[in-house]
Design a protein around this ligand. Structure first.
Ligand code: TNX
Length: 520
């Protein structure tokens, strides 16, 4: 009798607890969260905010962009929590819920944000919706790892309280995907966009043409895509994007505040174009499509005036479908082009890019040409090229092959990747300083950091993820976080705590033995 009474009491307490009346807060410590990239500044207040079914997302105004950011957050939270959170405009701060607000703070960086988390209210503020987007990426990482699952999970959905003030170190934070050596679908590219956005990257460089394939339809030169895009390394069927599909990628990227930089690699790396239009070469013979992985054997006929119609058409059509400011013209490894011809060609294409209102980006060899101030040199191989570029007032994107080439094998005999530049383990990709890597190139000259993934050995999304993770988050931290918060020892501990999060995100990652992976 006594026993059943006690049982009923316990049952009652249990029910009350479930209805959250006897909520006990588990102390949470914001300073212990495994954030990547690590924020510029952070203060913990030792309590927690609990997201529930009745949390409302408030927006400081109901402009289209704010609605989009609010909807992005609600959609993200819905998957794992199952909550359909209400979104509502409110010009003043509410007392509870999540408040996304735009505040005009003079002098504040466009991409900066502030997160003030109290027990009742999460207040995320920024000067632009883009800043809010980055704040949301941080917020995402404050929830337990299973917030990343696609299907409903068990809560509670608590996050640590405190304040984060954050802004990026570099304005250009990019990743490159080579869709030429192997072709990747629009869906794959969208997934890559989502993955890089989670680490606050804002540039996606698409390597759209190479010896093995031309991957974008140029309407005035249709064979480029239909013939030049019809195979890939290893002889698979390849593929290409229609201009509509490209626009779909650009717009998806834009919804994640990512700018697409298309690269049409010239005058070398052009076998697929030449096989499609043999007149682009100097001699009279026919060219076959190429499915191997050698580089440096092809070149456009740079002194033949008629090829500049081709170059002009390609740049014109790409400029018209690319809202971002940059057009990448490649220019690397032109071993089949004489140096003076290479310089002549690069000077010409720079004019054409300018004529269509864009800024030229090229691999570091383009520094040999008469670069205009403001053109961009992507340092990958030769420090002297990058230095020559800055002497000509060009800006530099840092992509040192020995540090950030995601196609380099992690270790000897790794089943994916090449090793001509280096073996790159998790630590190598993280533990370097862009400000001191090349003499004479410092903060002033550096536009930002980009991590390229060449795809000679990369065939599908699983391969992409395995090479990008965990190195890409490390590069993203170099691009975003100030030097003062970057340190391999603390980074590797944070990274190790991403095990369950990577799993929840469905990411196929390389479990580097340098990283202390733990279940959370
Ligand atoms: C060098 S990096 C290249 C690419 C290759 C890559 C393989 C650069 C500008 N050129 O053509 O795909 O090595 O790692």
């Amino acid at each position: 009798m006594k026993f059943t009474f006690l049982f009923h009491i316990l049952l009652l307490i249990g029910m009350l607890c479930l209805s959250s009346a006897c909520k006990t807060r588990t102390p949470k410590d914001l300073s212990k969260e495994a954030l990547i990239p690590y924020p510029a500044s952070l203060t913990a207040t030792g309590s927690s905010f609990d997201l529930t079914n009745s949390t409302t997302i408030f927006l400081s105004d109901d402009s289209e962009q704010m609605q989009a950011v609010g909807a992005y957050l609600a959609r993200f939270l819905k998957n794992a929590t199952g909550f359909s959170l209400t979104i509502q405009a409110s010009s003043t701060a509410p007392s509870e819920g999540i408040y996304l607000s735009i505040a005009d703070e003079p002098g504040q960086q466009q991409e900066a944000y502030q997160l003030q988390i109290d027990e009742q209210l999460v207040h995320l503020s920024a000067t632009t919706p883009k800043g809010l987007f980055y704040g949301i990426q941080t917020l995402r990482q404050l929830f337990p790892a299973h917030i990343e699952q696609q299907a409903p999970q068990q809560g509670p959905w608590e996050i640590a309280t405190g304040t984060i003030k954050d802004a990026p170190e570099f304005e250009y934070r990019g990743a490159m995907l080579d869709v030429a050596r192997h072709f990747f679908t629009v869906e794959d590219v969208k997934r890559y966009i989502d993955l890089i956005a989670a680490f606050k990257m804002n540039m996606l460089h698409l390597h759209l043409s190479d010896d093995q394939g031309w991957r974008i339809n140029i309407k005035s030169w249709p064979n480029l895509a239909t013939h030049g895009g019809s195979t890939e390394v290893g002889g698979g069927e390849g593929g290409y994007y229609t201009q509509e599909q490209y626009a779909e990628i650009v717009s998806y990227a834009d919804s994640r505040f990512i700018t697409v930089i298309p690269e049409l690699d010239m005058p070398g790396h052009t076998n697929a174009a030449i096989a499609s239009y043999p007149d682009l070469e100097c001699d009279d013979r026919e060219y076959d499509l190429y499915t191997g992985i050698e580089v440096g054997f092809s070149t456009l006929c740079t002194r033949d005036e008629s090829i500049y119609q081709f170059v002009d058409d390609v740049i014109r059509e790409m400029a018209a479908i690319t809202p971002g400011p940059y057009l990448h013209v490649g220019g690397d490894e032109t071993l089949a082009t004489k140096e003076e011809d290479y310089i002549y060609f690069t000077n010409r294409i720079q004019e054409i890019v300018k004529k269509y209102g864009k800024t030229l980006v090229g691999w570091d060899e383009v520094a040999l040409a008469n670069l205009q101030a403001g053109s961009v040199v992507q340092y990958w191989d030769k420090a002297e090229n990058a230095q020559m570029g800055v002497k000509k007032q060009a800006k530099v994107i840092m992509s040192p092959a020995k540090k950030v080439y995601l196609d380099m094998q992690y270790v000897e005999d790794y089943h994916l990747g090449l090793h001509w530049a280096a073996y790159i383990e998790a630590k190598d990709a993280y533990d370097w300083n862009p400000l001191t890597l090349v003499e004479g190139i410092g903060k002033e000259q550096i536009l930002g950091i980009e991590t390229p993934l060449w795809s000679e050995t990369i065939e599908d999304m699983e391969d992409i993820e395995e090479m990008a993770f965990p190195r890409l988050p490390g590069v993203a931290e170099i691009a975003w976080s100030p030097e003062s918060v970057r340190d391999w020892e603390t980074y590797k501990t944070r990274l190790g705590r991403w095990k369950n999060r990577f799993e929840a995100m469905g990411i196929n990652y390389y479990a580097s033995p340098q990283v202390p992976w733990v279940d959370e």
